[in-house]
Design a protein around this ligand. Sequence first.
Ligand code: RIB
Length: 310
Amino acid sequence: MAITSKNKTPQATPGDLLVIGSMNMDLSIKTRRMPRLGETLLGGTFNQNAGGKGANQAIAAHILFPKVSLCAGIGKDSMGDEYMKYLKELGVDTSLIKVFDNAHTGVAIITVVKEGENIITVAPGANLMLSPDDLKNVDFKKYTHVAFQLENTLETVSAGLNIAKSCNCTTILKASPACLLPDEILNNIDIIVANEIEIMQIMRGFTDMKKAAAALLDKGIKNVIITLGARGCLLISGKIEKRYPAHSVRPIDTVGAGDCFTGSFMAGLKIYGDIDMAIKMANAAAALSVTKNGAQSFASLDNVLKKMKG
Ligand code: RIB
């Protein structure tokens, strides 16, 4: 990817990574505990940070493997302008980001308690405007791996997965925010990343995460990765079931940890060509990300490599 100047977006070249997903402005307040329904609670620090599961994944990947394009939708407003400027400064390819003048940039209202746990409410705005038609501008043949989440419409996710698969890209879905997924989506996923709640919400009738994972493998998904927070993650693939313990860290803010895991995992797959190493890279990056505030407080490649060594 050739980076020309701070104001010009770099253009994708063959072999790059693509994220199709959401961009939100995250408005977050730290509190000592979660407010109750009907209560006004005086919180502490306020932060406005770039977020959205798609952009979080794209930037996490870009920090480790700086050849990433983001395809997303934003509104014609100051939050969208600010976000675009920031992505260009980072060197992410923004040429596939569409500006909609009839919608606002996505916003997430986030409450973070002192232990790092959080509650997030999203007003998706322009994220829901991104349509299958907008994907016609994407040259999928340039990309080896394409990652998705579920903050766009299912039609757009489904269309993207379908084209990505037909162009032989490896497809990754972070099933968040989770919902029932139709077969036309499930049939085009190579690797699914979900936490232990999300994995049981994708298909009807599951109360056991391993049974849900087995059902996804039966659908043709090759690898299921279940993230388990402070307990690490689990890879279920064919007859393989492998547990990866989490690195021990003191969490300050866990917002975006799953996105960091997924984006870093995609970069790891590209760098190592190996799922085991990619998970180790994702595990290390996600552990480091929760030690700082904000959804995009990602560690450098050097620090992730050091963490992977133990
Ligand atoms: O996964 C964390 C993200 O979820 C936040 O950045 C917020 O924008 C919501 O999309």
